[in-house]
Write a protein that binds this ligand. Structure first.
Ligand SMILES: O=C(O)CCC(=O)C(=O)O
Length: 290
């Protein structure tokens, strides 16, 4: 039986052993922060070394196997259950509880310092996600806003960091954004795997015009894109012979509270309504100095 790594609110391996001597090198510039505020996203941020990408991929190769011993700790595990490891289409939440590199990446300063700047405060962990599209596989992710899945946590002070484990290009299904859509209302849509264009039914004519100009976010392996919880985003099929794998870290500003009686994620304890999100499953990752 593997230990549940959510008990450890600090790195447990040597995954982030090598960091820049001057942590300020990880900070975003004023122009980058302005760009995030204007467009709702910020892409091309270097996070991982080649060696760190390889460590995460090695763990992912194990996690993707439904019979892997730690997998009962996932909050959610969705796969097409292909028996060929190279054909598994996979989306799962909770890898941080099972695998050391996926646990320790949460404490990576190259992620935490920008996250704190964009959230304007202390960074608390919400949950992680793995999104894997094998070579030559559909794997469409419908247009959506992340906060539509998270209204049970309030106020909205959330942030997504999507980190490429393979080079993500248009042809293998990189993420696309609708720049400026973070200024929209919360749209009445959900469903990651449904009809890619379902969103169009709920857009105003003005939103529809903006929606006609998506921005593809191409990234090198190890690079990240950050996006706002209302950013409309989705991704198309992987049409190549290369996989497109990514790990996603979802965080919120410290102080976000619970809005539901039931546990927020499968296998976790409930947080009473109105109480701050904290405890074993929601570690405080970073507090900026004031
Ligand atoms: O990886 C993808 O294609 C979709 C990612 C996504 O929807 C997200 O990070 O919120």
């Amino acid at each position: 039986m593997l230990p549940d790594l959510s008990a450890y609110h600090h790195p447990v391996s040597r995954f982030i052993e090598v960091v820049a001597a001057n942590l300020n090198t990880y900070c975003l510039s004023t122009e980058q922060i302005d760009s995030y505020q204007q467009n709702g996203y910020l892409s091309g941020i270097p996070i991982l070394t080649e060696s760190q990408v390889q460590q995460l991929k090695a763990e992912l190769d194990q996690l993707i196997d439904p019979n892997y011993q730690g997998n009962q700790l996932f909050y959610e595990f969705n796969s097409n259950e292909s028996t060929d490891p190279d054909r598994i289409l996979f989306h799962a939440l909770g890898a941080w509880r099972i695998a050391p590199a996926f646990h320790d990446i949460l404490w990576h300063p190259a992620f935490l310092l920008p996250a704190s700047q964009l959230l304007q405060g202390a960074v608390r962990f919400w949950h992680d996600q793995l999104f894997c599209k094998p070579a030559q596989h559909g794997g469409v992710v419908s247009w959506h806003q992340d906060y539509s899945y998270w209204t049970r946590t309030q106020p909205m002070a959330h942030l997504t960091c999507w980190i490429a484990l393979d080079e993500a290009k248009i042809d293998n299904g990189c993420v696309h954004y609708i720049p400026g859509s973070h200024q929209w209302n919360l749209l009445p849509i959900t469903g990651l795997a449904g009809d890619l264009q379902a969103i169009e039914d709920v857009l105003t004519p003005e939103q529809q015009e903006t929606f006609n100009h998506p921005q593809a976010v191409e990234l090198k392996a190890g690079e990240a894109t950050f996006h706002h919880p209302l950013m409309v985003h989705g991704s198309f099929e992987n049409l190549t012979n290369r996989p497109r794998r990514a790990t996603v870290i979802n965080v919120f500003r410290d102080g976000v509270t619970s809005g539901q009686v039931e546990p927020m994620l499968h296998g976790t304890n409930a947080i009473p309504i109105g109480q701050p999100m904290k405890g074993q499953f929601y570690p405080l990752l970073y507090e900026p100095e004031i």
